[in-house]
Design a protein around this ligand. Sequence first.
Ligand code: AGP
Length: 613
Amino acid sequence: MCGIVGAIAEREVREILLEGLKRLEYRGYDSAGIALISQKKNGDPFIDTVKTVGKVNKLQSAVKSSKLSGRVGIAHTRWATHGKPSVTNAHPHRSGEDIALVHNGIIENFEALRSVLVKEGYGFESDTDTETIAHLIHQRRVKGDSLLEAVKATVKRLEGAYGLCVIDNNEPDKLIVARSGSPLVIGVGIGENFVASDPLALGQVTDRFIYLEEGDIAQIEREEISIWHKSKKVKREITTVLHQAGDTEKGQYQHFMLKEIFEQPRVIQETLDGRVSKTSVLEQAFGIEAPAIFDQVQSVQIVACGTSSHAGLVAKYWLESIAKIPCQVDIASDYRYRDIIVQPGTLFVTISQSGETADTLAALRYAKKLKYVASLAICNVATSSLVRESDISMLTMAGQEIGVASTKAFTTQLAILLVMAIVLARRTGLSAEKEKKLVKELHKLPHVIEKTLGLHRQIKTISKQFSDKHHSLFLGRGIQYPVAKEGALKLKEISYIHAEAYPAGELKHGPLALVDNKMPVVAVAPNNDLLGKLKANLSEVSARGGKLYVFADESIKYQSEKRIKVINVPSCSEILAPIVFTVPLQLLSYYVALTKGTDVDHPRNLAKSVTVE
Ligand code: AGP
């Protein structure tokens, strides 16, 4: 995913910008570039640009051997969506000699805008949607608008998502930035200011940040920052972030697992940023070739291991109910040794946190010999083998996950899979109105997860009742069955309590025999059509002396009784429920393990990345 850094200072900014890009490397990219407002010998300002394909250190070497210098500038790491990775397609993009800009996100109506610009005589050097924005700004500038007015007018014409940072050598003392659907943060300095798509990029120069809100446009000068929202000048709070605990530090948390559980609202937001506009999903975010590939898809084959395979099982329900597309999910270690019959029009999807899981990689290599439409990797590591060997990929933005038990990787995988289901559903008749409704729900997700994390104290208390148990059952119905499976996996992985997940309707076909007063039974009960049936299954448990722990949507007002402990989960729509209900189960397993005193982050016998068969 793309990254933006900008700076305006009294000192040289090129090293600040390059360091910022280095810090954004973890997000994945294929090319990088930098533009500074330099001075000609006669003192006139001009924009000087250096761009390279590949890693930031390539850009660093190119900059070193150039004369690039300046106190105002912008820089960018690009992950191709429109046009292949190349120097011409790398940002910053120019319009004439005067304007340069960097952009994160996708402009959905760029083709229409581009053809209008071409008719007006603008020539295009790149295949990107971004160059269109540079020319639109230029068009306003020649009509007499200031740079700020030109950007304000231009963003009104853009559909899709953008985080923008623009410079103009005719107004060399400012950066103009705008955000909608892609994050931007202003770094506040003394006599100098900065901008970035992620505050991490600016950790070396400031600890004071202004988080821009959706629709904000700002003018950043050395001594002043002015922000507008819907044409009104607004004040935004400055937040001091004394020390941003990186992915490899625990910060205030006792364990990485707990930290990673609590990071979920932020990383889910970051995973959605630039992939979803206000009203629709942005399918180009899957890569340049993605739309043509998705056009051919009639069914989906998902292959993964462990937690990632549970994400696949949830996705099966979404693909079938939203996209009306059949989906098969296989465990990679099983798939790779089977005789596979590929139905025409099948997309092969792998899901993996690490992108190095031996069985998943072997399954991909096997699948590439078969007649799939293409391979898509949903992965958390941009440089992994899985991403490199797949035709297209979509990165989860979970950041590095250190705890062996996967938490934030799982929920960000689910967020991407839901986006994928919507993208495919467009081709099978999902109306723009329905898409808008689903996207509206997706935008609520970080907030609902944040509220759900508020259950941690209550869950810590009940976790004590599990610490002397040796066995447990997890129940869910329909799309909640994989959620129950994930809950059971978490518990056994870090607390070493045997945990078995069942579709609740299967109980009476065998596992009910296990139920007695020593067997805790955990159930997930969202507010959906299967609730009545689930309640009936749960009565079967309490009638046999089993102790139930029911995580129930608060709107259903499930009542605690002698043998039933109800934990009310913040209400959410059916579509978000698998993601939301995962969170209390993660917390439950964490607190049970904490009480038992096991090694939460490094459970016995397990490795974070399983690179052997
Ligand atoms: C889950 O908590 C485990 N760490 C494990 O099941 C994991 O999901 C599995 O090994 C797959 O790893 P991957 O996502 O990196 O491919």
